[in-house]
Design a protein around this ligand. Structure first.
Ligand SMILES: NC(=O)c1ccc[n+]([C@@H]2O[C@H](COP(=O)([O-])OP(=O)(O)OC[C@H]3O[C@@H](n4cnc5c(N)ncnc54)[C@H](O)[C@@H]3O)[C@@H](O)[C@H]2O)c1
Length: 244
């Protein structure tokens, strides 16, 4: 398929497991793609040329601005933004420090806001609408046992998604969130055991964990013309682990 010929796509967190596959699939379908990431590992992104994989620390607003300036200059504008950067933080709420909370919120929630602002300003100036896809998490709805700060940050992403959809709809900018379940990537790999994989797999009626491709396929659908009447939504991509 070639749904994105001529489209200009920015994937924040595009050197990660899910973001990397999203960037790869947009490129396969004809898009010009720029990846922004804290760790701009060129080997992690298939199909995107190295000069289009740029450093960006979402915690540092100045580097986000510089990275977007470079991305917009490289692409000549932006039609699609995917926010896939994120960090997981495990630990009980009773032990959670203010610094840890700030870091998780700054990367996952404030970082999503900063990227959306840069992209939306450009989309509004272009006057041709656009699509923003934010990767939240099932934790936004399910609570997140032992990952309360992460769950709260993803809840903020869902609320931001809805607020942005309301504000920017008049500019034909659609904003949606995806809520993945448990996807096999580097995230959480340091503590993952075979028992965890088996237990989580059983939570899905499909009996398996998610893959980056499961999430990427839906992200591309949302950004495509087929998603033209979808905005302000939070879609579960969990293999049925949650159904509300
Ligand atoms: N893997 C899962 O099970 C799962 C489940 C639900 C939601 N998600 C969400 O999906 C998204 C992608 O996760 P993933 O599984 O690909 O994880 P990943 O760790 O493979 O990728 C995350 C990417 O974010 C980047 N990043 C981290 N901090 C950053 C910062 N300060 N500035 C810029 N980039 C930064 C990392 O360098 C990395 O490339 C995340 O938002 C995550 O919360 C993942």
């Amino acid at each position: 398929m070639s749904r994105f010929v001529g489209a200009r796509v920015v994937v924040v967190g595009g050197a990660g497991g899910i973001g990397g596959r999203i960037a790869e699939r947009f490129t396969e379908e004809g898009a010009s793609t720029v990846v922004l990431d804290l760790a701009p590992r060129t080997e992690a992104v298939v199909g995107v040329p190295a000069p289009r994989i740029l450093p960006c620390d979402l915690v540092d607003a100045a580097t986000v601005e510089t990275a977007f300036d470079r991305a917009l200059a490289e692409l000549g504008g932006v039609d699609v933004l995917v926010n896939s950067a994120g960090i997981l933080a495990r630990g009980s709420l009773l032990e959670l420090t203010a610094d840890r909370w700030d870091l998780v919120m700054n990367v996952n929630a404030r970082g999503t806001l900063l990227a959306m602002q840069h992209a939306a300003r450009a989309m509004i100036a272009q006057g041709e609408g656009g699509s923003i896809v934010n990767i939240a998490s099932m934790a936004a709805k399910a609570g997140g046992n032992d990952e309360g700060a992460y769950a709260a940050s993803k809840g903020a992403v869902v609320a931001l998604t809805r607020a942005a959809a309301l504000e920017w709809g008049e500019h034909q900018i659609r904003v949606n969130a995806l809520l993945p379940g448990y996807v096999l990537t580097d995230m959480g790999a340091d503590t993952r055991t075979p028992e965890d994989v088996a237990a989580w797999s059983k939570k899905s009626p499909l009996g398996r964990l998610g893959t980056p491709d499961d999430v990427a396929g839906f992200a591309l659908f949302l950004a495509s013309r087929d998603g033209s009447y979808l905005t302000g939504q939070a879609f579960n991509v969990t293999g049925g682990m949650i159904m509300h």
